[in-house]
Design a protein around this ligand. Structure first.
Ligand SMILES: Cc1ncc(COP(=O)(O)O)c(C=O)c1O
Length: 398
């Protein structure tokens, strides 16, 4: 009889992982021994962190730390249950009211993670008679949710509104949802929301926006990509995560009262999983307080990203269509990308190598991302490190 585990040591992916580990080129699951936000220590080496999603640098903000500690002092460390039963605190309800207003919607619902928010909302909203029309580059959590929902899934070419219209026309009579990211997490480009929402209206489709990377960063005061494009009412459901700008862990969906009430009673990832711990909730509330009082955080992160992006483009690096704090350095070949990652590490900067399936084949890249709290001196060091890596690896020339 076959042993279930027999396949493990024969798995081709695992064999590549083991060779990469032996040769010191394995770039994933690296433990950070300290992190002060903009700088970290890995393998005993101090590096400038340009590979996090801590866009606003709020994980170490004194008021945010204090809010988390106060919540633990007041409520303890966990809710030990689902929102559905014993796991809803006043604090959860208050954060939902604050986020509904922040996101420009009637109501909001918070989940344990952003992944669970997408899973819960989409499996609630879509069934076998519905059509999901999604951008080719949407996040993996959306793909998983749409697969689990059992709806018909159609994909349009990335940010190609003509291709979107082709699908909307083809399914004109069906009940349908258009699904896009606001900020694409690998390319750092934006969905053309005004065109997308206009087409959705024309063909009677609803719109779902995953704004995991837009929340805190795009639009006035970081209210999201729908604010940036001034189409708040044209997006039906906005989803966000707290694991990036909001310095915590958890996720949110916001929309009309009816839609949120419906998701609340249907979303299995909400009902059959424990609620956000008090410290995580209080952290997000403190971040919303900071953003509402001081819109300069969102401005600073854009300024810092633009400084590095302009310098990299001037040197000859390919940064794609990035217009946000996510700035890819597109290399193409997988091995060259891993070598460039190692060279960056040795030069004192922490970046993320992204290979297929994270990106399409032959589009491997180094994902870099910037923070409102990076200093000019740190950014100058990043630019010089990239110049050295680019020349050493042949990605740029003098
Ligand atoms: C676009 C997008 N959506 C959803 C998620 C899931 O969020 P979380 O980390 O809160 O589970 C992520 C996180 O990587 C993301 O990048």
């Amino acid at each position: 009889m076959a042993d279930l585990f027999e396949k493990i040591n024969k798995d081709p992916m695992l064999q590549v992982v083991r060779v990469a580990k032996d040769q010191g080129f394995y770039p994933y699951f690296k433990p950070l021994s300290t992190t002060e936000g903009t700088e970290v220590i890995i393998d005993g080496k101090r590096l400038i962190m340009i590979g996090s999603n801590n866009y606003l640098g709020l994980t170490t903000h004194p008021a945010v730390r204090e809010a988390a500690m106060d919540a633990i002092a007041t409520f303890g460390t966990s809710c030990t249950g689902s929102r559905f039963l014993n796991g809803t605190l006043d604090l959860h309800k208050e954060l939902e009211r604050r986020l509904a207003s922040f996101l420009g919607k009637e109501a909001a619902l918070i989940f344990g993670t952003g992944y669970q928010a997408n899973l819960g909302a989409l499996t609630a909203l879509l069934g076998k008679d519905d059509i999901a029309i999604a951008d080719k580059e949407i996040h993996a959590s959306l793909v998983d949710a749409l697969t689990m929902a059992g709806c018909k899934l159609k994909r349009f070419r990335h940010n190609d509104v003509n291709d979107l219209e082709r699908l909307l026309k083809e399914y004109e009579g069906a009940s349908k949802l258009v699904i896009v990211d606001g900020v694409y997490s690998m390319g750092g480009d934006l969905a053309p929301l005004p065109e997308i929402t206009a087409l959705a209206k024309k063909y009677n489709a609803r719109v779902y926006l995953d704004d995991a990377h837009g929340l805190g960063v795009m639009g006035e005061g970081g209210r999201g990509t729908h604010f940036h494009f001034n189409c708040v009412d044209d997006v039906d459901v906005v989803m966000g995560t707290f694991s990036k700008s909001f310095a915590s862990l958890g996720g949110v969906v916001a929309g009309s009262k009816d839609v949120i009430e419906y998701i609340q009673h249907k979303a299995r990832s909400l009902i059959f999983s424990a609620s956000m711990p008090p410290a995580n909730v209080a952290t997000v509330m403190a971040c919303v307080d900071i953003l509402e009082a001081d819109p300069s955080y969102a401005q600073k992160v854009h300024r810092n990203a633009a400084k590095v992006r302009n310098a990299l483009r001037e040197m000859g690096f390919n940064c794609g269509e990035s217009v946000t704090p996510v700035v890819p350095v597109i290399i193409g070949n997988d091995m060259s990308t891993v070598f460039a990652w190692r060279a960056c590490f040795d030069a004192g900067i922490y970046v993320n190598p992204v290979l297929p399936p994270g990106v399409p084949p032959n589009k491997s890249l180094l994902r870099t991302s910037y923070m409102a709290t990076h200093t000019d001196e740190q950014l100058d060091r990043v630019i010089e490190a990239f110049r050295a890596v680019g020349l050493k690896t042949g990605l740029i020339s003098e």
